[in-house]
Write a protein that binds this ligand. Structure first.
Ligand SMILES: [Zn+2]
Length: 135
């Protein structure tokens, strides 16, 4: 993804481009992937970028608030940022810590509960936790 592509994406999602935000987005959005903030910080360091941890966390929050990336919580302490924002579901391997995609059309529901009064459905996300077989 070129700088110009990133700038037009930022414009489309209403995000003010700063050099740090562009560095972060360039790494996360280079391909469909799931990254934790820590992983992203490591990648930034490798690329010689001097973006602070706080800036990374703030930028990721901003990106997900504006819909540029999607947050996936796998447990209360582990959060991934997903460069794929269209609806889909996930497998999470608790042994390897790896998150992988399940296409939206591979999950369907026979029955869903009535929604609470006065609400409408925003989205449904399925997280299937798996572990390595022990033999
Ligand atoms: Zn995903």
């Amino acid at each position: 993804m070129t700088r110009a592509d990133l700038l037009s994406l930022f414009d489309q999602f209403g995000i003010l481009p700063t050099p740090q935000r562009l560095d972060i987005a360039a790494i996360l959005l280079q391909r469909p992937q799931h990254m934790s903030a820590e992983h992203l910080i490591d990648k930034l360091k490798d690329s010689g970028s001097k973006v602070s941890k706080a800036t990374v966390y703030n930028s990721l929050n901003l990106f997900s608030k504006h819909g540029l990336v999607r947050e996936v919580m796998v447990d209360p302490v582990r959060k991934f940022y997903d460069s794929t924002t269209r609806p889909h579901h996930h497998f999470y391997n608790v042994d390897s810590g790896e998150l992988s995609d399940i296409p939206d059309e591979q999950v369907c529901f026979r029955d869903l509960p009535d929604l609470p009064k006065g609400t409408e459905r925003e989205s449904i996300e399925v997280l299937i936790k798996v572990r390595d077989r022990s033999h």
